[in-house]
Ligand binder design. Structure first.
Ligand code: FAD
Length: 367
């Protein structure tokens, strides 16, 4: 069996792999879809939306054209709806670890969960990198990750009727405290400061529950783990009053936020500049032909890390991908308003007659 046949049996064959499902990665699906190109999207987070969902879902955004006000979550919901017609493959909770150019101008792409893609082009929409939880860093902690120490709740059922200690003072820590207090045997929230970064309503509710004796709250810092018989039995917390208290537990939930790491993107042979990828401004192509970069991850003269800028970059990158896949082929710029072809791709009715499309379509783009 030839090598390429063997490869194509294992891998999903696609026009483009998009690394990152933030707002720009999502809109990239749309721009590729209009040009008739299919995409597979991969993100290390368990949900789409990138920074918008991970860092500020309920905060208002005022500078998206024609949307005077929406929350970050609403923006992602609208983007998800807009790209639905293109039916892109979505692969969450896994990092793209390898991107290897091939002699036939295509790419072998591999994820941390072993998924493989045979892609005509790769578009890196990796934002500030893949988000990783801030870890405990205490002796012995690593061995118990996923069993008694958790950085995200995968299965809330396993926490029912258990003694829980929750670390953190942001939205995730407070949201989970309020949700789990109903299910757990006991909940102790440990935060190093008296002030919380979480939504005021959540903080008020937590303080109210504490007054009622439904949960405990310690202002202090975790010093060490109590490990007995190969199990984490508790934590030692140095409280604000200078006293070290030992709190017993079945599960320790750590919500100290996420920090971005450029991660494997740094190893793909792309020209980098201070943790960003250099691109041209005609196609947003990187130093490797066929690999493009859009959104917060790229760098060019005058770059502004705005969602608006990323949307523009995604439009031009789509034409760049098309040119990479079919060099020299003429591509007409068409309007969604009047092009029956684009309307068919969008799955909408009311397509204008062909002649109207032809008269209004402007010749442009590459070719
Ligand atoms: P991101 O949103 O960062 O998404 C990138 C995704 O790529 C992430 O989900 C990450 O997990 C994934 N990823 C990275 N590497 C890999 C890998 N190897 N494998 C798999 N997945 C990977 N902008 C505005 O225009 N207006 C505003 O009002 C505004 N307000 C903001 C408020 C706050 C608090 C913050 C933090 C930012 C704000 N921004 C605003 C900036 C805006 O959120 C970013 O410009 C935007 O999110 C960039 O989108 P992106 O898709 O490029 O990257």
């Amino acid at each position: 069996m030839s090598l390429s046949l063997e490869r194509s049996k294992l891998a999903t064959v696609t026009d483009a792999v998009i690394v990152g499902a933030g707002p720009i990665g999502l809109f990239q699906v749309f721009e590729l879809g209009l040009l008739g190109l299919r995409a597979e999207v991969i993100d290390s987070l368990p949900q789409i939306g990138g920074q918008c969902i991970e860092l500020y879902p309920d905060k208002p955004i005022y500078d998206i054209p024609a949307i005077p006000l929406c929350t970050a979550k609403e923006l992602i919901e609208r983007l998800a709806e807009q790209i639905r017609p293109f039916n892109a493959g979505l692969h969450l909770g896994q990092e793209v670890t390898e991107v290897v150019p091939r002699p036939d101008r295509r790419f072998d792409v591999v994820t941390s969960r072993g998924l493989r893609f045979d892609a005509g082009a790769v578009i890196v929409a990796g934002g500030v990198g893949s988000f990783q939880p801030r870890r405990l860093g205490l002796e012995g902690a690593e061995r118990h990750e996923g069993t008694s120490i958790h950085y995200r709740v995968k299965d809330a059922a396993q926490l029912c009727d258990r003694d829980l200690v929750i670390l953190g003072g942001g939205d995730s820590a407070l949201d989970w405290t309020l949700e789990l207090v109903e299910k757990a045997r006991s909940v102790v929230l440990v935060h190093r400061r008296a002030e919380f970064r979480a939504a005021p309503a959540a903080v008020q509710r937590m303080l109210h529950l504490r007054e009622e004796g439904r949960l405990d709250h310690i202002e202090g810092q975790v010093q060490s783990l109590v490990i007995e018989d190969e199990r984490v039995r508790g934590v030692r917390v140095l409280a604000r009053d200078g006293v070290t208290r030992t709190v017993s537990l079945d599960h320790l939930l750590v919500f100290w936020g996420l920090h971005p790491k450029l991660g494997p993107i740094a190893d793909w042979g792309l020209e980098l500049h201070r943790r960003t990828i250099r691109v041209d401004t005609a196609r947003f192509q990187t130093s490797v032909p066929g690999i493009f970069a859009v959104g917060d991850i790229n760098d060019y003269p005058g770059k502004k890390k705005l969602i608006l800028s990323g949307f523009h970059e995604a439009a031009l990158a789509a034409f760049g991908v098309r040119e990479h896949l079919a060099p020299g082929e003429k591509v007409h710029l068409q309007y969604t308003t009047t092009s029956p072809l684009l309307q068919r791709r969008l799955g909408v009715s009311g397509a204008a007659p062909q002649s109207q499309e032809d008269s209004r379509a402007r010749a442009g783009g590459p070719g």
